[in-house]
Structures are given as C-alpha cells and as structure tokens.
Design a binder for this molecule. Structure first.
Ligand SMILES: O=C[C@H](O)COP(=O)(O)O
Length: 251
C-alpha cells in the first residue's frame, strides 16, 4: 500500500502575520515537490493570510489546536467550523506541549479528533512518551494507551484518514532525535495497534509521522523506514531554506 509522505511544519508560537507572509513568499513553488504533501501548521492569527497565500499552490495550511465543541461560551477558543470556513485542512491535536501545559487528557484529545472530523478537518494526532517513561521501558504501553484513546469511536473511514505523529517528548527541541530504527520500531508497533482496533487495510492507510529534532540532514533517514510516512517538524520548519530542504529530503 503506498501512502503519500506528509511533512508538516509546526510553527508553535512563532511568527507574526507579516513574518508568515514573508516566509510563504520564499517557499512558494519550492516547498512543493510531487509526491510529498507539504503542510504548514501556524498560529491562528496567521491562518487567513496563509490560506490566501497558499491558494493555487500544493501547500496545505493547518492549525495547531481546535476546541472540541462546535460553539459556546469558551472564551479564547476556536472551533472546527471556524477553521474549516477559513480553508484550513489539517489540525494538530494532542501535541505534548498541549498535554503538558494545557492539561489536555486522552479524553479531550479524542473529543477534539471527533470535532475535527465533524468539520471536515484532518487531525494530526500526537502521541509519545516522556523520558522517564522511556527509561522505564513504557514507551509502547504509553503509545498504545494514547492511540487507543484518540481513536475511540471513530469509524473505519475516519480512522484511515487520521495522521498520527509519534513524538518522543525527550526528542522535541532538544537536538536528541530518536534513531530511525527506534522510531520505526515504535511506529510499526503503533500501526499494529490500529490494525488491532480496525484491520490491516485501515492500519496500512494511516500515515504515521516521526517528530522530534527532525532536520534537513536526517529527514531522509526517517523516510527510509518502512512505516514512517513523514515528519512533524518544529524548529527546522521556521526558516524557508530549511523547510524547503525538508520537503526535498522527503522525496
Ligand atoms: O511538533 C513538532 C515537534 O514538537 C518537534 O519539534 P522539533 O522539531 O523542534 O524538535
């Protein structure tokens, strides 16, 4: 089964609107490589300008969060319908920074995944272990629990459309990346979890990214692994030249 590789830049809380527009002008036509899906997940404030700039290109725009309700008295929050109307295609859900700093539980992650599908957005669901969990040999157990919870109640069709990002938390922004073999081992295991929940065909359709200190000089190594379908990239997605190199490296 061939899965289209997907490289998603997660800008986190970086870039004003003008900075985002300047970035896009630099990558347009360059971070567009046949056979690789290119996605920029930007702060909410940048989304209208980026969607506009991306019109007619093959670069998709994503958000970094969504509320699980469709509307209501949730000061400061943004719903799936709001993102959809803007033209946003992807939304990162359950990033470890949201789990750690904003108390997102597995249950909330699952509700957000359902909200994304209600509004025609594709969720990029993040799972991954903390350093102490890795050292205790609990990596796979943690990923199993998070994956099963995130997929709870999804139809087979929805499940097949999910993008999972396996991000070992100790590798995020630290320069300490997981080896490609270790990442493959865990990602292959996660695919097996999806097969257990649904079936082989569904598991083979799901795209699973690795995330954690992915750079232009190591992206190809990850992409060379059988079950790794792309990368969720923080720091190295912020500079145009680096982002272009990541997309080219994923070919
Ligand atoms: O969402 C992206 C990840 O948190 C990875 O960040 P990083 O590439 O800066 O390590």
């Amino acid at each position: 089964m061939s899965r289209t590789p997907i490289i998603a830049g997660n800008w986190k809380m970086f870039k004003t609107v003008s900075e985002a527009q300047n970035f896009f002008a630099e990558v347009k036509g360059k971070a567009e490589v046949e056979g690789v899906e290119s996605v920029i997940c930007a702060p909410y404030t940048n989304l209208p300008a980026l969607v506009e700039a991306a019109r007619g290109t093959s670069i998709a725009i994503g958000a970094q969060n969504v509320h699980f309700e469709d509307n209501g008295a949730y000061t400061g929050e943004i719903s799936g319908g709001m993102l959809k109307e803007l033209g946003v295609k992807y939304v990162i859900i359950g990033h470890s920074e949201r789990r750690a700093y904003f108390a997102e539980t597995d249950e909330i992650v699952n509700k957000k995944v359902h909200a994304a599908f209600r509004h025609g957005l594709t969720p990029i669901v993040c799972v991954g272990e903390k350093l102490e969990e890795r050292e205790a040999g609990e990596t796979k157990e943690v990923c199993k629990t998070q994956t099963e919870a995130a997929f709870e109640g999804l139809s087979q069709e929805q499940a097949a459309a999910v993008v999972i990002a396996y991000e070992p938390i100790w590798a995020i922004g630290t320069g300490k990346s997981s080896t490609s073999e270790d990442a493959q081992d865990v990602i292959g295991y996660i695919r097996g979890i999806v097969a257990g929940l649904y079936d082989e065909a569904t598991a083979n359709a799901v795209r699973i990214q690795y995330g954690g200190s992915v750079k232009p000089n190591n992206v190809a190594e990850y992409m060379g692994q059988a079950d790794i379908d792309g990368a969720l990239v923080g720091g190295a997605s912020l500079e145009p030249a680096s982002y272009i190199a990541l997309i080219e490296g994923a070919k």
